[in-house]
Write a protein that binds this ligand. Structure first.
Ligand code: ADP
Ligand code: MG
Length: 218
């Protein structure tokens, strides 16, 4: 049978110079599945996402998206050809573009552009701020826009790099609840990296720990 993994990582090793950050990482994520990688600051969580996004050349092993090898030790498919979404901790939006233009930025399917944007802005309750610039909206609104933008190209894999750490508890709780229903509705696979176990438990059904460069299921 062909693999139905959205993301498969096989023996991934990565190092900056001679400093090994990721050692023999294996990971398998299927459609609609949500998993978290927990780890202390500096443990390599962002590096792992950068490898999956094609922003790092990996040293050993391979990364597959939908059964296709996108990274190995000789080849790296560019980020824009990977059909994945990513939300970062902060400074994710283009400051010179309005909210609506930020969201439209990554959509190249012109025909369905307006429907996609209308759906997402309604889901994330940001219809009233579409013409504002990022500097004119709150931190919570900025993260809502960042989520809407990441889902706009309809990726099968969404990677979240501690996207809630700049938000207060109340905003987090509100966003968690909204996101869970949106993720289920879209059947998108989610890979969350965080140092926050509570957050991981709220948003994902399985967790692994990254420690000393090794990833272990918990
Ligand atoms: P985390 O996201 O878990 O906090 P990172 O993946 O950002 O950790 O970093 C893991 C380790 O790799 C840290 O020791 C960090 O200093 C180092 N590192 C990150 N990026 C680079 C880089 N571009 N060059 C050299 N070392 C880096
Ligand atoms: Mg990080």
């Amino acid at each position: 049978m062909m693999s139905d993994s959205v993301l498969k990582i096989d023996g991934l090793c990565h190092a900056y110079k001679n400093h090994e950050i990721l050692k023999n990482i294996d990971l398998d994520l299927r459609a609609g599945e949500r998993t978290a990688v927990l780890g202390e600051s500096g443990s390599g969580k962002s590096t792992l996402l950068r490898c999956i996004a094609g922003l790092e050349m990996i040293k050993r092993g391979k990364i597959l998206l939908n059964g296709r090898i996108v990274s190995d030790h000789v080849m790296t498919v560019p980020t824009e050809d990977r059909n994945l979404g990513m939300v970062l901790q902060e400074r994710a939006l283009f400051p010179h573009l309005t909210v609506i233009d930020n969201i439209m930025f990554g959509i190249d399917k012109v025909s369905s552009k307006h429907r996609i944007v209308a759906d997402l802005t309604k889901l994330f309750k940001i219809t009233s701020i579409l013409d504002k610039f990022p500097s004119e909206i709150s931190g919570g609104e900025q993260q809502r826009v960042a989520f809407a933008r990441s889902l706009a190209p309809e990726p099968e894999l969404l990677m979240l790099d501690e996207p809630f750490s700049a938000l207060n508890q109340e905003l987090k709780e509100e966003l968690y609840a909204e996101l869970l229903s949106i993720f289920d509705e879209r059947n998108v696979a989610v890979l969350l990296v965080t140092h926050d176990l509570t957050e991981a438990n709220r948003l994902t059904s399985s967790q692994a720990k990254l420690d000393g460069g090794e990833l272990t299921k918990t």
